[in-house]
Design a protein around this ligand. Structure first.
Ligand SMILES: [Zn+2]
Length: 152
């Protein structure tokens, strides 16, 4: 994606995500349905992605078990603060992310040339949002695993 200038919907700063210049509210770029994390702050994004994949794996195993106690798993979702609908739909990390918090989208962009595509930036008021979401996902995955073991 070409360098472009946009204003943070939260603090109003003039950001240039393509040039690794953005405020703390910038989460990542969404291009053609894929989330590309802010390169200057990749660690929280990578952690979220890993946590999400791990949770999906556990979820697929658990929900495929005969006599899976879906109701209790949904209760567990609410306890850790995750909407159970995302599990059922087997959503992508991006959809889950957009559904989980109050994210704001930057202006819609279209680019030409080699890296042609369309997309937008994701912003969130809480700079620690990815870290706290990752933590919730990790907790949920580990509790699911334990539930699975105790199912017998
Ligand atoms: Zn900002």
């Amino acid at each position: 994606m070409n360098a472009h200038c946009e204003f943070c919907p939260i603090c109003g700063r003039s950001n240039e995500p393509g040039s690794n210049d953005a405020c703390v509210h910038f989460v990542g770029l969404v291009a053609d349905g894929d989330l590309m994390w802010g390169q200057f702050d990749g660690a929280p994004g990578e952690r979220f992605k890993a946590a999400w994949l791990a949770l999906q794996k556990v979820w697929l195993e658990v929900s495929a078990m005969p006599g899976a106690r879906l109701k209790e798993m949904h209760k567990l979702c609410r306890i850790v603060g995750i909407d159970p609908r995302w599990l059922e739909a087997e959503e992508s990390a991006l959809h889950a992310l957009e559904g989980m918090g109050e994210f704001q989208k930057g202006p819609y962009l279209e680019t030409d040339g080699m890296a042609s595509g369309s997309g937008y930036s994701l912003y969130h008021q809480d700079p620690g949002i990815l870290a706290s979401l990752s933590l919730r996902l990790e907790q949920f995955a580990s509790r699911l695993s334990r539930e699975q073991l105790s199912c017998g």
